[in-house]
Design a binder for this molecule. Structure first.
Ligand code: GKR
Ligand code: MG
Length: 430
């Protein structure tokens, strides 16, 4: 069986004005849908970032895939590297990207890992469909039947200043009470049994008050807070001391492994990251420093499902724990995240998901429901999800019209605050 043709479809989905340390989400979030068609009539699905730079890379690799074997993922890895290296040095292939975007910069081992991942998932989907086996069985079989996710809470505005669509139904959330209401709605709708607060938005003291209000309202829910490196070491230590016994971990309170290690020596809870350890080359320093102690996996940038399993094994070896990161994503990604969550042995926390914030999707509904905050591991062949072709066409049309071409949380914030830079650390006191 060989790959016959490849489709890369950029899509845009409406995204609420969620706040973070960089700024605010744009009106639309970008994703790419990858379809690999085989000469035996099978189609493998993948989903990844949809920024212009990613599209350049995906399309360059796509040209080289017809005639290759979807089981030969080592060949795929070499093909990705070759195609991306061939673009290097030709500035017409470099696309400006927004500040802090994980795919920023030229082709590197990290960006190659992300591009490989998108195609690897699609190849595994084909393999599963060819064998009549769910993807998790190709990875050794599930060790859990459902994968727990957390309620991902965001400070947010009621509406974007300039969205070409009606405001979302969540309303403004800038106070502890409003955050408790947001959490209540999410827990009621999805049954989440743990909470994650995106911090780095208000003053650290106000965010502590929010966490304490959540603790009062949800005494049995583990809680974590992630300010995306918005705090200095001293602020992070003060927050850690005030939230001792309240949060299960602090996620990226500060930037960089040495600073994380310093915070870790002065607070009692574990530290987690999706910012300072994002690739295998970052792990030795983290192990030497003894922090962070929790690594957030993400198959999109750790190099796919099998490399995520390698990460899982490294965590096991060094006594680290695994949690799972998410960016705005749709159903193909949620299926892949759930298959990896199903086989991970080091997964010790509920995974992140942006799912509740999305009102549009690209898969036929029904397979990936949340029950008590967990997604049942799909048992259909491959990823176990079916693409909604009409939805993809509609969301592609939305991509054509919306004009957003790269993730950039800084510029829309600067439109309301001309002094805004999105630089971190921002808070030097509580
Ligand atoms: O969606 O604003 C967001 C998040 O801040 C996302 O961009 C982060 O990558 O969720 C992520 C995180 O855990 O840092
Ligand atoms: Mg994070």
């Amino acid at each position: 069986m060989l790959i016959k043709s490849v489709e890369i479809t950029p899509i845009a989905v409406q995204d609420p004005p969620l706040l973070n340390s960089e700024g605010v989400h744009q009106t639309h979030a970008l994703r790419s849908v990858i379809r690999l068609h085989t000469d035996e009539g099978l189609t493998g699905l993948g989903e990844t970032y949809g920024d212009d730079q990613m599209l350049v890379w995906l399309r360059a690799v796509a040209q080289k895939l017809p005639g290759t074997d979807p089981f030969a993922t080592n060949v795929l890895r070499a093909t990705v590297a070759e195609a991306m290296d061939a673009l290097a040095g030709d500035s017409s292939n470099e696309v400006p990207v927004g500040a802090g975007y994980p795919m920023a910069g030229a082709a590197s081992s990290k960006t190659k890992a992300a591009v490989f991942s998108a195609f690897e998932v699609a190849c595994l989907d084909i393999q599963g469909k060819a064998l009549g086996r769910p993807l998790h069985e190709l990875l050794g079989g599930k060790v859990r039947d459902s994968v727990p996710y957390s309620a991902y809470l965001f400070y947010k505005w009621a509406e974007h200043p300039n969205a070409p669509y009606a405001p979302d139904s969540w309303g403004e959330a800038l106070t502890p009470d409003a955050m408790v209401a947001q959490a209540r709605r999410m827990v009621d709708a999805y049954g989440f049994t743990s909470l994650k607060l995106k911090g780095g938005v208000l003053r650290p003291g106000q965010e502590i008050d929010t966490v304490l209000a959540l603790r009062d309202a949800f005494p049995d829910h583990p809680i974590r807070i992630d300010p995306n490196a918005a705090w200095t070491v001293d602020v992070a230590v003060q927050v850690g001391q005030k939230l001792e016994g309240v949060v299960e971990y602090l996620e990226d309170p500060v930037g960089g492994t040495p600073a994380m290690a310093e915070v870790a020596r002065r607070v009692s809870m574990p530290l987690a990251t999706n910012m300072c350890v994002t690739a295998f080359e970052d792990i030795p320093e983290a192990v030497r420093e003894g922090a962070p102690q929790v690594i957030l996996s993400d198959h999109h940038f750790w190099g796919g499902m099998r490399q995520s399993q390698v990460l899982d094994g490294i965590c096991e070896t060094f006594g680290l724990s695994l949690s799972m990161h998410s960016n705005t994503h749709l159903g193909i990604s949620l299926a892949a995240m759930t298959h990896f969550g199903a086989v991970s042995r080091s997964l010790a926390y509920s995974c992140d998901t942006h799912t509740p914030w999305q009102t549009e999707d690209i898969i036929v509904p029904g397979t990936l429901g949340f029950d008590q905050g967990a997604v049942r591991v799909p048992d259909g062949a491959g990823l176990g999800v079916e693409l909604d072709e009409d939805a993809v066409a509609r969301l592609h049309e939305q991509w054509v019209k919306c004009g957003v071409r790269t993730r950039d949380d800084v510029t829309p914030m600067r439109a309301v605050d001309p002094e805004w830079t999105g630089a971190t650390p921002r808070f030097t006191s509580l």
